[in-house]
Write a protein that binds this ligand. Structure first.
Ligand code: FE2
Ligand code: FE2
Length: 294
């Protein structure tokens, strides 16, 4: 049975309260997000924050030097990376690099582990970047980060009540390839009283992420209901989510069908025949992205 809006809200609030001790972002991520939101922030500010964490620095340089960004030559410093990619791109790479720590925990059932979920999110992030670049949507680096966090609600569920998530996954009926037999969100509603869209949006709010990210997590399975200002971003995630599923990378248990609603494609100015070339372009980038995120 589907919970009413008030029950849903209470369930989500309780979960976020419950996990607050583990779901706090690393201090450094919080500071990077503050920088993202502050239009006065400079390359030096970012460099100062990042340079306090050597592991983060090397992770960023690994990403920056990957074929994903197609930069000429080797980038040896964060300052140089900022010059080559821009402040926003490096900020988002830094956020991504620090988010990976939340995706921990072994295999819960066939077709679901924290690692599979992270692989999926990395693939969707890479896909979002490609869709944005190819269609010149002008979403900038927001597209990448949106893809990365769209299913973060599943992390909330995993940390809040692992047993209930296992029950959800069992009832969803994932086969050996991770394909679900049943609609996972309906089962989440039944077992948790809310689904990963609700939990994800609440976590983004708690983290004080910019508003579009709460909308991405909250509406990625129903982009046509998204408030107008973020409809393009959420539709981009919707498309990349399905394409990542078709490429067979990581978790896909929350998508019974990988077909795209023509109305959502229309938001992106696409028709069905435009999707295949995007999927092909995504294939290579996804492999690189997933290897990097490992
Ligand atoms: Fe999802
Ligand atoms: Fe997804």
């Amino acid at each position: 049975m589907s919970p009413n809006p008030e029950q849903r809200k209470q369930t989500v609030e309780a979960a976020i309260r419950e996990i607050s001790h583990i779901a706090t972002l690393p201090e450094i991520t919080v500071r990077i997000i503050e920088l993202v939101e502050d239009p006065r922030s400079t390359a030096q500010d970012l460099h100062k924050v990042i340079s306090q964490d050597p592991a983060l620095c090397s992770r960023i340089l690994k990403v920056v030097n990957s074929s994903f960004y197609g930069l000429p030559g080797q980038i040896g410093s964060i300052n140089r990376a900022i010059v080559m990619l821009g402040l926003n791109a490096v900020k988002n790479i830094a956020i991504a690099a620090s988010l990976v720590k939340l995706f921990r925990g072994g295999e819960l059932t066939q077709g679901f582990s924290a690692k599979m979920l992270w692989d999926h999110c990395s693939a969707v992030a890479a896909g979002c970047k490609i869709v944005n670049d190819r269609l010149r949507l002008g979403l900038g680096d927001e597209a990448y980060l949106a893809g990365l966090i769209h299913d973060i609600g599943l992390v909330v569920e995993m940390q809040f009540d692992r047993n209930r998530l296992v029950e959800v996954l069992k009832r969803t009926g994932l086969d050996a390839k991770g394909e679900p037999a049943n609609e996972m969100r309906e089962i989440e509603d039944d077992v948790f009283g809310a689904n990963h869209q609700d939990f994800g949006a609440a976590l983004c709010d708690k983290w004080r992420f910019p508003r579009p990210f709460a909308l991405v997590t909250g509406y990625h399975h129903r982009p046509l209901e998204t408030p107008a200002e973020s409809k393009t971003l959420v539709s981009t995630v919707y498309l990349a989510d399905r394409l990542a599923g078709r490429l067979g990378v990581g978790f896909r248990g929350d998508l019974v069908s990988l077909d795209c609603d023509p109305q959502v494609l229309e938001v992106l100015g696409l028709n069905a025949s435009d999707v295949q070339p995007i999927q092909e372009a995504m294939e290579e980038a996804v492999k690189t992205a997933v290897n990097l995120a490992a």
